[in-house]
Design a protein around this ligand. Sequence first.
Ligand SMILES: [Zn+2]
Length: 292
Amino acid sequence: MTTSYIGRFAPSPSGPLHFGSLIAAVGSYLRARAQGGQWLVRIEDIDPPREVAGASDRILRTLEAHGLHWDGELMYQSHRSARYDEILEQLSQEALCYPCSCTRKRVQSLGGVYDGHCRLHGPESDQVALRLHNSAAVSRFDDALLGPIVTDVYFAEEDFILKRRDGLYAYQLAVVVDDHDQGITEVVRGNDLLEATVRQLTLFSQLGWQAPTYLHLPLAVWTDGHKLSKQNHAPALDDSQPTANLLLALRFLGQPIEPDWAELSPEAVLSAAVQQFELTRIPRERHLLAPF
Ligand SMILES: [Zn+2]
């Protein structure tokens, strides 16, 4: 089967992969392969202060140990500054982006949503962030798993940040430019990013680009309700037991598993899982996990 489907997995190197990130990796991989599509990997290393030395290489080794082999070249966001600047320059020439000197404290005093002050009055200092002049707000979209998603219009219409005061590119900008440039047709990721999706759709619209579809997977959370994350000490995946890890991830994603799969290589497990993959079996609710 030939198809133009292109999916991706885009970890940030702030630590090793944990079970929550494996779900996003496996979910996006199955969805792409079940349609005969490509599966790309992008390292989202645009936030150096949050990075852990060696984490990128360790993430890639973990993916390979789990049989999650990607197509094409790896993309590193840290190599893409010139491209992000080009887009910011284009937006600026179209008066769709402007400097803002407002502090986080001021935005918090407004209730957390920026009011467009510097678009109307100009910045008050040289220390500026760049914000989108948001004239294409998207507040709803159809998720491929969850159906219609609607967010607050006030939030959707905010002039959000594209480049931070400290010179770092905003996640929303980098991810949209990269998804566009890599020809991603569908983004499959955890449902903690629903609000980010609304931002990204706005930016796609503002740039006049065709947006991908989005599919948000259930999130692995601890029994206390917190998301599994590097910040709350989700344990690193054990690369010495990839098949067991994959079977746990498949179970979490509601996919059927045969008893003899425990004896298979990770590649063979994934290949069998691709054959049997059914989107509608993925649960829409969050799953709870006891801390392991
Ligand atoms: Zn401002």
